[in-house]
Ligand binder design. Structure first.
Ligand SMILES: [Zn+2]
Length: 670
């Protein structure tokens, strides 16, 4: 999930951004006093702004060109905006005195489209106004956003919203008590910190609140603003928010705002802004969201919405948030086994990227597609994991707390993180950051040789260029006992000597997937989409049941992007991927005929991935009858990341991954 803000706007504007001064706040931030009247039923908003501009700074204000400016004055004198692409530009030259800009404008917007996909909502920043919900992200420039020559400016504001009493409004900032009069409600938000801007939301919400105490003794308000049909979920969300917030404060320090609100959206959004998160109604209904998306969005109040992103050099906040929320919670709830499965999942996705798709962390701005998510969230999380493994948890945690204290409510980038970790550990991390953050791609360490002799065991590790500074976990199994040696591999090759008194030792390199490395072919257990996404996929529909064969053809048309080549059932599986569909009897017979492992799961429909001895990945689908397969047709494509899934009545009843098989290298004393 991501935050809307200047990043999207900057992309749209193609602003020429210089490096800026990471970590340094603007000398003086503009102050905006915004007053808006929102009419959800009419799809309109009228607004007034008083903007105090600091002396001696040239500032541009940018507002979406679709919004009609009805009046504008600078210190009482008339002023005109110019149009540049999709924006209106208001240029204010540097002056020796502070200046005051006043303007009025009007916005007309469509109601939110409940049929929008999640992907649409990630990139759409046009305002939406309707009775079911209104959303005006700051990044859509619904009000004049201040910029200087380096890019968008953090700013403070006061936002007063007047709307029908049946609706409630939400924006980042301290909320003053509502007043209700003559069927209208007035709500005010004061943002006293430098912020990315005023994202305005409204809806026919039912509100619930709870007070909790922050670690520094302040009273914090937790609130839910939910549509009536999910209002019964409020208590559960408030409980979860209180516990996640307390847990994060223990690690990082006090929550930086006075409130945290969870608001429901009629579209399937997932946004986190300062002091709030805005999630789709259907998203909030999912029982796991309070343990996954919610803690992720709460943690963004430290990373991304507490320390803001530097204007250039990459978005570090998603990786750090994924590491400290998603990953840490998986570890807490499912132990090392669950955490290992998550790391393997990340490496599988990263290893599948083509060299051209391997972008750098410094080049990651935000999630726009699956490849960017793999890099910006998963690779970045692994980079933090490797750093913690290398520095040790105490120094790593000290570094993060130091980074938080030094950059709270300012912009900061990867170099600031590096500096904080260097201060905390006393180590030079230049190469670590240069290769992992500025460079692209993955490490590929391997055991190059292992020799047993009278002095013990000598193991040689190597890696191709570029030479990542790696601390390689080498698992050594002797007489049934496994121990882990951390072997420093700073360059192309490293040699380590280990005691071996008698017999044999077995070696495995990083079998727990703690390094951001390219998986060896066959190292990850197969998943369905490894076959179904393969351009060279073949298709075998086993003969025997004509109705089932027809249902199989419908399934393949819906599941696959392209028509696969038909392959005769008699042809043994080779190096190419193949999708094989048939009745239970037909598929069981086919597996036996080709000496493949037998099916070990039952259900109305069973699908699983299997690696053929020659290396090709097989996706196998079997069903009780044609009707059962037809019912599973729309659900099956959603389970591509699974090793196996069973379905009944068109819904998954069980699913999972196959265990990863560790490759051990055996070496014996002569
Ligand atoms: Zn996020």
């Amino acid at each position: 999930m991501r935050m809307p803000g200047w990043r999207a706007l900057a992309g749209r504007l193609a602003v020429a951004m210089c490096a800026g001064l990471p970590g340094q706040a603007a000398l003086a931030a503009p102050q905006l006093d915004l007053t808006v009247r929102l009419e959800p039923a009419q799809g309109s908003l009228s607004a007034h702004a008083l903007i105090a501009l600091p002396a001696n700074e040239a500032i541009d204000l940018r507002i979406d060109a679709r919004h009609r400016i009805t009046s504008m004055q600078l210190d009482g004198g008339a002023l005109r905006a110019s149009t540049d692409g999709g924006l209106q530009l208001i240029r204010i030259a540097a002056a020796s005195q502070p200046r005051r800009l006043e303007l009025r404008w009007a916005i007309r917007a469509d109601a939110p489209d409940a049929a929008a996909s999640h992907r649409d909502t990630l990139t759409a920043f046009a305002p939406q106004i309707g009775e079911a919900g209104s959303f005006l992200p700051a990044g859509g420039a619904w009000y004049p956003l201040p910029f200087d020559s380096a890019g968008p400016l953090l700013h403070r504001y006061r936002l007063t919203v007047d709307l029908p009493a049946a609706q409630r409004a939400l924006a980042p900032g301290d909320r003053q008590p509502d007043t209700v009069r003559d069927g209208r409600r007035t709500v005010r938000f004061d943002m006293a910190q430098d912020s990315e801007g005023a994202d305005l939301m409204a809806g026919p919400w039912v509100e619930a609140e709870r007070s909790v105490r922050s670690i520094d003794g302040r009273t914090l308000t937790l609130a839910t603003l939910f549509h009536p049909d999910i209002a019964d979920q409020a208590e559960g969300y408030l409980d979860a928010a209180a516990s996640h917030l307390a847990r994060i404060e223990q690690t990082l320090g006090a929550y930086p705002y006075s409130r945290f609100s969870i608001a429901s959206s009629p579209t399937p959004t997932g946004f986190g802004m300062a002091g709030l998160t805005y999630l789709g109604i259907d998203v909030l209904r999912l029982p796991f969201i309070r343990h996954t998306s919610l803690p992720h969005e709460i943690l963004h109040n430290w990373w991304g919405n507490g320390v803001h992103l530097a204007l250039a050099g990459g978005n570090w906040s998603e990786g750090l948030t994924t590491f400290m929320a998603d990953y840490a919670l998986r570890e807490a709830s499912q132990g090392e086994e669950g955490a290992r499965a998550m790391r393997l999942d990340w490496l599988r996705g990263l290893s599948a990227l083509s060299p051209a798709a391997q972008g750098s962390l410094a080049g990651f701005a935000g999630r726009t597609h699956d490849a960017s998510q793999s890099i910006g969230y998963h690779k970045a999380a692994l980079v933090f994991l490797m750093l913690r493994d290398t520095l040790g948890a105490p120094a790593f945690d000290r570094g993060l707390r130091d980074f938080w204290q030094a950059h709270r409510h300012r912009r900061a980038g990867w170099p600031d993180l590096r500096a904080a970790f260097e201060r905390a550990s006393g180590r030079d991390l230049e190469r670590h950051f240069a290769l992992w953050v500025d460079g692209s791609g993955l490490a590929a360490p391997a055991i190059a040789g292992a020799v047993a002799g009278p002095d013990g065991l000598t193991v040689t590790l190597q890696q191709p260029a570029p030479h990542y500074p790696l601390d390689v976990p080498l698992h050594v199994r002797i007489a049934g006992q496994t121990r882990v040696e951390q072997v420093a591999l700073p360059g192309a090759q490293a040699r380590v000597s280990l005691p071996l008194a008698a017999g044999c030792a077995e070696l495995a390199l990083d079998p727990d997937f703690r390094l951001a490395r390219r998986l060896a072919p066959g190292e990850a257990p197969p998943v369905l989409r490894e076959a179904t996404l393969d351009d060279t996929l073949g298709l075998t529909v086993l003969p025997g049941d004509e109705h089932l064969a027809a249902a199989a053809r419908t399934l393949t048309t819906q599941w696959l992007d392209r028509a696969p080549t038909a392959i005769d059932a008699a042809q043994p599986p080779g190096r190419a991927s193949r999708l094989v569909i048939g009745s239970f009897a037909a598929i069981d017979g086919w597996l036996a005929r080709h000496r493949l492992p037998a099916r070990d799961r039952d259900g109305e429909v069973v699908a699983w991935a299997l690696r053929a001895p020659a290396g090709g990945t097989l996706a196998l689908v079997t069903a009780r009858d044609a009707d059962a397969l037809a019912r599973a047709t729309s659900a099956l494509p959603h389970y591509g990341q699974q090793g196996w899934v069973t379905l009944a009545g068109g819904r998954a009843t069980a699913r999972g991954q196959w265990p990863a098989a560790t490759k051990w290298t055996k070496v014996c004393l002569p």
